[in-house]
Write a protein that binds this ligand. Structure first.
Ligand SMILES: Nc1ncnc2c1ncn2[C@@H]1O[C@H](COP(=O)(O)OP(=O)(O)O)[C@@H](O)[C@H]1O
Length: 408
């Protein structure tokens, strides 16, 4: 493939590429009229086309041209193999775990805000799981470019939205656990089931509406450079601006939620520690187990999502051209973003751990389902309905109960 832009002409052969000035130089390519500009290629780090080296002057010009993301051909030689495999494994595991979680949760009545938030997390995780097959095909480069365009415009957007909905819901879950310790039941509006349902609905509506422009403004004729379509190449100027702005908003959502979680769980662990001191518990093992459970949410949250949010900002800046970088750096950032995004996606498999560790009703139902033991619906419902009031009144009297508050 030969691409010509102004005085620069680039040739791509078997993944290797070389660029040079078209006129006034020995051995330059013949100038040809190309139709539409489909992309500008820059020299790859390990290009085998050593027979057309670039002079310093040409390299300078070439680097200037590759200042914006669209001009840099994406190196997908590694990502097109590794990520489809990793995402396929994730899809199978996530589908099994979340289908089971959904089946159990939807037989549990929404009698507390905690259960309401968890149910919403299951729905978000299931939706995210369902977008994975398209990501696999798109990353593997299988199918026509329209498939990748569909992924960029709809499926990837849904993938990100469900990720941030899960993040916000995990933040609400931490707040809910915290309130359960500090506030008597029913005193705080946030502890009412109706309020929990309204909050969950608000999270969905706000995230879906704010991400809608990412879909609407991805309406440009896609430019396929080097066979791989970049999602940002389908965006108008306004679309790129929204993409960048919304990504900053999502950064605020993540780091804000993390800060909220750290505050809530620090307070919770302090209470748990005090409760053990007061009850003079001799059981060190139980104490350690409880602390581990308390931090499971924050731990899972941080490990899954923090690396992606570190990598995302510089990557987004290269996508919109706000940050000047070499093609090689852009490709490195793309790989970093894809790797950390996969790590974030593993959250769909780790969330069920939270259900098992922190939701007693869920773990009881799960155990019953696995052991095929019949469960008396009435008994389960009465446990769910009364545990909040029981726990809270007992916390007021005895610190020992703050442990069971964690576990409900
Ligand atoms: N946080 C987000 N929320 C919603 N949509 C997003 C978010 N980040 C990116 N998107 C959208 O998802 C699609 C893929 O984006 P991205 O992963 O950055 O592209 P690429 O796969 O080319 O690296 C784009 O349409 C983009 O606007």
């Amino acid at each position: 493939m030969q691409i010509e832009v102004g005085q620069i002409s680039c040739k791509v052969e078997g993944g290797a590429m070389g660029c040079r000035r078209k006129q006034g130089r020995k051995g330059s390519f013949t100038q040809r009229k190309t139709g539409k500009l489909i992309g500008i290629v820059t020299r790859q780090p390990h290009s085998s086309s050593g027979d057309h080296p670039l002079s310093t002057e040409d390299q300078k010009m070439n680097n200037t041209l590759s200042n914006t993301s669209i001009k840099c051909v994406r190196d997908t030689s590694v990502t097109a193999v590794i990520f489809p495999c990793l995402y396929s494994i994730l899809f199978v595991v996530a589908l099994i775990l979340n289908s089971l979680a959904a089946w159990i949760f939807f037989s549990i009545p929404s009698s507390s805000t905690f259960v309401v938030f968890l149910k919403n997390v299951v729905v978000a995780d299931l939706l995210m799981t369902l977008t994975i097959p398209l990501r696999v095909l798109s990353d593997a480069g299988v199918g026509h470019w329209q498939l990748r365009a569909f992924h960029c415009r709809y499926s990837a957007v849904l993938f990100y939205i469900t990720m941030y909905i899960s993040i916000l819901l995990l933040g609400l879950i931490s707040l809910d656990r915290y309130l359960k310790i500090v506030r008597p039941p029913g005193k705080c509006a946030l502890q009412r089931v109706r309020v929990g349902q309204a909050l969950s609905a608000a999270v969905w509506v706000v995230m879906l509406s704010l991400a809608l422009p990412n879909v609407i403004l991805s309406d440009q004729q896609p430019r396929v450079s080097g066979g791989k379509l970049k999602c940002t190449s389908m965006k108008s100027k306004a679309g790129l601006l929204w993409h960048e702005g919304f990504n900053y908003f999502c950064q605020v959502v993540f780091w804000g939620t993390l800060a909220l979680m750290v505050v809530c769980y620090t307070f919770i662990s302090k209470k748990v520690y005090e409760s053990y001191k007061a009850s003079k518990s001799k059981s060190q093992a139980v104490s350690r187990r409880t602390k581990a459970k308390v931090f499971v949410v924050v731990g899972v949250f941080f490990i899954c999502f923090a690396p992606f949010h570190f990598a995302r900002v510089p990557y987004t800046l290269t996508q919109t051209g706000s940050m000047v970088s070499h093609c090689q750096a852009q490709n490195a950032l793309y790989i970093a973003k894809e790797t950390t995004l996969w790590l974030s996606a593993t959250n769909v498999c780790l969330d069920p751990l939270i259900y098992v560790f922190l939701c007693k009703v869920f773990s009881k139902r799960l155990a019953a389902a696995i052991c095929c033991k019949p469960l008396y619906k009435g008994a389960m419902e009465s446990h769910t309905a009364t545990s909040t009031q029981m726990e809270m009144s007992q916390i007021a009297q005895s610190n020992r109960m703050s442990y069971s508050t964690m576990e409900k």
